[in-house]
Design a protein around this ligand. Structure first.
Ligand SMILES: Nc1nc2c(c(=O)[nH]1)N[C@H]1C(S)=C(S)[C@@H](COP(=O)(O)O)O[C@H]1N2
Ligand SMILES: [Mo]
Length: 469
């Protein structure tokens, strides 16, 4: 029997299901536990797990019963559960921020109806982890992050003009059609990820779109290396940094302002994987993804991968546009107090994105038939500039870890698909945790570290809840 997906997480859901089966009182109590965990985890732990740290057996069992009732299933590995850990099935914070009208799905031509809408205007939508289960993310499932209005589609893509100016010997304006004819086109599969991916995991909550893990995707990008065109224009020795401009307009309070403009050091622009792209997954770029021409600069915040690209200015110093200065796309040099006041002098530009692994199958909240003893698990892992070397999974709240099988990356900046299977000793509630490590042994943290007011770079390990029986 194929596994059935329950509507989870939503503690509310689980609690009220459990309540339906018992009575209104239990329902109330379960809600109370979930709320208590949200408000005061330590007190909730005392109530659920017992009074003292060396809880009496009776207290522990009573606590377990309460916890099990709250998640709606026995918890076989409850003894491994760290104190203070809120079971995912009760967690509110692991979900995209509910909009006032509740969580909504994206409705957009060509897009999968399962994408989660984070904002109507500018349009922002993320991909739930279980929709990232394809080796190559289909365009229909690819996340969307706009900062302004989507420009009108152009009728003649090949007539689109790109200007290269600034610190070059031969400033040029080239039509896309000519770029396609003259350049050496190539296709690379690479991850594109928003700097704000994982933002929803920061506590306290930060400003910005509340992405969980789905502000990322891995597509096949076709175009030419940016460096080819920079060489044609002839970089001067004074070339230090790029500035990217596109056709989209609109900022909060100013509909006519350039929506976004960022850049990268010349060294990154000259990475052979930094591309001028006109096709995605074998088809011409969709308008929403920057047609007819965009940059894809892999491994770095998605904001440097400019869409609707019409100009690159080469500069003799670091770019100082409004999206480059202050706290924009910057992270603290020395850790700051979460929620504290930011000292602008303590910030540097966010360059390589952090490492991340996700579970793409099963989906969070999957219910398997009673008696299931083997789970087949799949996912993906990637990192900005370093290589993911291993991915480990745990079904017992991190007490033991098991290495997964990693597929090879097709090329640099591709993600690595992982797969594995795990034995489950009994029916009940489990959490599957996954974490990636790089060649130096660095691995993902349990909780989002490096808090910053704009919420960039959160990469805590991914957890999902599964039920057997
Ligand atoms: N012109 C333009 N390019 C842009 C943006 C934008 O708002 N305007 N958003 C950037 C950001 S913040 C991200 S994360 C990626 C998202 O690319 P996607 O919408 O194709 O997924 O595009 C980048 N390129
Ligand atoms: Mo982004």
């Amino acid at each position: 029997m194929p596994p059935r997906r329950a509507s989870l997480p939503a503690a509310r859901c689980v609690a009220s299901h459990a309540g339906d089966r018992v009575d209104g009182m239990v329902n109330k109590r379960e809600r109370a536990i979930a709320e208590l965990y949200a408000e005061d985890p330590q007190r909730a732990d005392r109530l659920v797990f017992g009074r003292t740290s060396g809880a009496t057996r009776r207290g522990f069992v009573t606590g377990l019963a309460a916890m099990s009732a709250a998640v709606g299933a026995p918890i076989p590995f409850a003894r491994q559960m760290p104190r203070g850990l809120m079971p995912l099935a009760l967690a509110q914070d692991a979900e995209p921020d509910p909009l006032p009208s509740g969580q909504r799905r994206l409705s957009f031509p060509g897009k999968d109806g399962g994408l989660v809408l984070l904002r109507d205007y500018p349009l922002v939508a993320e991909t739930p982890e279980h929709l990232l289960d394809d080796d190559t993310t289909p365009t229909a499932k690819f996340f969307v992050r706009n900062n302004g209005a989507i420009p009108d589609a152009v009728a003649d893509a090949d007539a689109w003009k790109l200007t290269i100016d600034g610190e070059v010997n031969r400033p040029l304006e080239i039509a896309l059609g000519e770029l396609k004819r003259r350049g050496r086109a190539k296709t690379l599969r690479m991850v594109l990820e928003c700097a704000g991916n994982g933002r929803a995991f920061f506590a306290p909550r930060t400003a910005g779109e509340q992405f969980t893990n789905g502000g990322a995707g891995c597509a096949e990008w076709t175009g030419i290396a940016l460096v080819d065109l920079l060489r044609t224009a002839g970089l001067k020795s004074s070339a230090v940094y790029t500035a990217h401009y596109g056709a989209d307009l609109g900022r909060p309070g100013d509909a006519t302002a350039v929506a976004l403009s960022r850049g990268v050091p010349i060294k990154k622009a000259m990475d052979p994987a930094s591309m001028l792209v006109w096709a995605m997954n074998g088809a011409p770029l969709e308008s929403i993804h920057g047609a007819p021409l965009r940059l894809v600069i892999p491994g770095w915040p998605g904001s440097v991968s400019h869409k609707w690209l019409n100009r690159i200015t080469v500069r003799d110093r670091e770019y100082d546009g409004p999206d480059m200065v202050g706290l924009a796309y910057r992270v603290p040099i020395k850790p700051m107090v979460p929620g504290g006041k930011a000292d602008a002098g303590n910030f540097k530009i966010l360059e390589a994105m952090p490492m991340r692994a996700i579970v793409t199958s099963p989906a969070n909240g999957t219910r398997y038939p009673a008696g299931t003893r083997e789970l087949r698990l799949r996912g993906a892992a990637w990192a900005g500039e370093v290589e993911v070397q291993r991915v480990d999974i745990s079904l017992d709240f991190g007490a033991t870890w098991q290495r997964t099988l990693l597929a090879r990356a097709r090329n640099r900046y591709d993600w690595r698909r992982w797969s594995g299977s795990a034995h489950v000793p009994a029916d009940g509630y489990y959490e599957l945790w996954v974490r990636a490590s790089d060649a130096t042994g660095r691995m993902q943290p349990h909780i989002a570290g490096g808090w910053n007011p704009q919420g960039y770079g959160a990469n805590p390990m991914h957890r999902i809840a599964v039920f057997i029986g």
